[in-house]
Design a protein around this ligand. Sequence first.
Ligand code: DGL
Length: 273
Amino acid sequence: MRDRNAPVGVFDSGIGGLTVAREIMRQTPGERIVYFGDTARLPYGSKSQETILRYSRQIVRFLNTQRVKAIVVACNTASAYALDELEKETDIPMIGVIRPGARTAAASSANGRIGVIGTEGTIASGIYTRYIEAIDPKIKITGKACPLFVPLVEEGLWQDPVTDEIARRYLGELIDIGIDTLILGCTHYPLIRSTVGKIMGDKVTLVNPAYETARELKALLKERDMENDEKPGILDDRYRFYVSDAAEKFKRFANSIIKYGILSARAVNIEEY
Ligand code: DGL
């Protein structure tokens, strides 16, 4: 077993996973984090399962070199396509974002109609539908792929008329169906939550799986007696960020998402792992 004071590894294709990392920082402030954003190879959402599995394996190998004690797959696409395989290949505990999101949505819906927005890969995998139906087979789930959202978020167009227009086109059919709960099934989407919320209206609950994911991590560390017990002062350099490309751009965005201060973001050649 790894050292209890080792970091937690968190990864995504880019900045989206920072919405999960931010929640982990909030709920478990004593934990160290090593974050990896695969900025050279994003988006993940339009790629095949085989490719996402290969990328995810490389990232897990990289995180292993950082001696992480647990890994949070802070990417819906990688959780959908790779998590089951990754879990078989390593003995480090892993948490994805889909199961926690499905649980929260099933508990939140009163009318039994839930929408899921995500990447093409996540929606095509049907994984949210499977998990929610396993909780309550009466719930009707409608998925909608929103492939343009990730590039809009990565370009910083979080509040912009272009994003409004595209969101209206994507979300129209979910409004017509009368869903009362919408899962933000891509970790980039919480960054355009206000746009999505404005279009869906205040009768629709938006579910961001980050909160439940961080809770699950907290419970897992406690259950396995792996919580960090270092004194707060020692933890001053507790967050480390790595990317596969464009470290400066990542750092700029990351600093506007995470208020804890990102001192540095380093580029690594992920193809070497
Ligand atoms: N943020 C990721 C997700 O949750 C991936 C987005 C992408 O790279 O397409 O699916």
